[in-house]
Design a protein around this ligand. Sequence first.
Ligand SMILES: [Zn+2]
Length: 163
Amino acid sequence: MDVTIEEYARKQKKLHPKVIALLGPFFEFPLEKVRVRILRWNAIPSGRRGGRTPAFVLGPLIFFAQGVLNAPGYHLGNTFDLSTPEGISTLAHEIYHVGQWYRGRIRHLFRCIMGVFRSLLKDGILWAHSSIPLELEAMEFADGVLAYFSEHEESLRLFEYLR
Ligand SMILES: [Zn+2]
């Protein structure tokens, strides 16, 4: 029996090789550099509206609440069901943030701080995706991934067997 995507991430603290094989070509940095943590929580406190999130990125680390990565359905409005174009593109969005960090750590930190100010001024919350340039970039990137896999859904079927 193959180890599930979540179990692999929990034990190896990395993305599953099947995820790396599928999403690697979209990125300019090796996805082996992405660090993953599965938390023993059902949701993660965040600066988003609603105050909780199923996943969170900090530098090279993507944190997931437990029972979210490659699980069917939605968690706090997001899906990480990798057998769906929406789920795989949401994961690509999070990985994109890791790439932003590797591209320039100091610049990225600065952009995060400026993002919080913009978000507070425009939306009155810490982390409004629609007000933060590095989020808009990640959303545009994820839209491209979504469009690709909407045309190639059959390539995602393997994830149904890894949960
Ligand atoms: Zn984001």
